[in-house]
Design a protein around this ligand. Structure first.
Ligand code: PAF
Length: 284
């Protein structure tokens, strides 16, 4: 695996590979890698000739400065994991390389409804930051295939929208890879590393509450079952941002389910100051 830090160097390297007819796959990450990330690399490897990953903890997508400060960094371990997983190129830029003119005057993206619900509502500015970094990374890497994790369900929708907005939808194909879970159901996440042992035990309730809703949801009004899911979280020491049922394609919230509409149950909740998110699709 080669490690490239400078955007221009990566662009030149990929350009010559592209000219040889090689397919380029890209999995962007913020490091602190776990098996979920490695599954993106695996998928990438199956479908491409050049497997690119990036590690960059993007400051512009953290609406909470403490979350940014405490975001786990395990770069040496990450490099070994990526090498083992068969990654060909690791892009490891600095903030200066990515935002040479600083972060004060970056693009604004028209994300419409997506920015007003769920993560968009509870993390103001977060998706603008995701678009700023992804726009930059996509222009540098210009991949044929992009790999994202389903755990960040809404982010996947936002990035697909960004790809349309910047006119790359004919060029970049997005593959969303399933969420990987620990044995007790907790969705793998870099932030899990911040949980203390007692918090880690409670954390599994996030998945349990989504599964409870998925398994007990009947056509009709959704309020009662959402409230039951929320109670499960509160009783286990969570503070909830939301636990919602939404249309799987648009993320419009579903108050009344007809039993046929494809939906997704999504939640975001804190254990002390660690914020976790998860989701389950119901009938897709
Ligand atoms: O999901 C993440 O790790 C990040 O939001 C991403 C897509 C790498 C952009 O910084």
């Amino acid at each position: 695996m080669i490690i490239i830090k400078k955007p221009k160097e990566l662009q030149d390297f990929l350009e010559s590979n592209r000219n040889e007819g090689k397919r380029i796959g890209f999995a962007p990450t913020m490091g602190a890698l776990h098996a979920g990330h490695l599954s993106l690399v695996n998928e990438n490897k199956k479908q491409n000739d050049v497997v690119v990953c990036s590690i960059f903890v993007n400051p512009t997508q953290f609406n909470d400065p403490e979350d940014f400060r405490k975001y786990p960094v395990t770069i040496e371990k990450d490099i070994l994991l990526l090498e083992d997983a068969g990654c060909d190129v690791l892009f490891l830029p600095s903030v200066q390389d990515i935002y040479p003119s600083g972060t004060n005057d970056l693009n604004h993206y028209e994300l419409g409804f997506l920015e007003t619900v769920l993560e968009g509502k509870f993390r103001p500015g977060h998706f603008q930051g995701v678009c700023q970094i992804m726009h930059r990374l996509l222009e540098i890497v210009l991949p044929d295939n992009l790999y994202l994790g389903q755990k960040d369900y809404q982010q996947c929708m936002v990035i697909k929208r960004l790809i349309k907005l910047i006119g790359l939808d004919d060029k970049v194909k997005v593959t969303v890879c399933p969420t990987l879970r620990e044995k007790d159901g907790l969705a793998m996440s870099s932030r899990n590393a911040r949980l203390l042992p007692a918090e880690r035990i409670k954390a599994t309730t996030l998945f349990a509450s989504l599964r409870y809703i998925k398994e007990n949801l009947n056509p009709g009004t959704t309020k009662k079952i959402k409230d039951a899911g929320k109670q499960m979280l509160l009783q286990n020491g969570f503070r909830t941002d939301y636990i919602e049922i939404a249309d799987a394609n648009t993320l419009q919230l579903v108050e009344n389910w007809n039993g046929k509409q494809k939906i997704v149950v999504l939640a975001a909740a804190f254990i002390n100051n660690v914020r976790l998110i998860d989701n389950l699709q119901v009938n897709t």
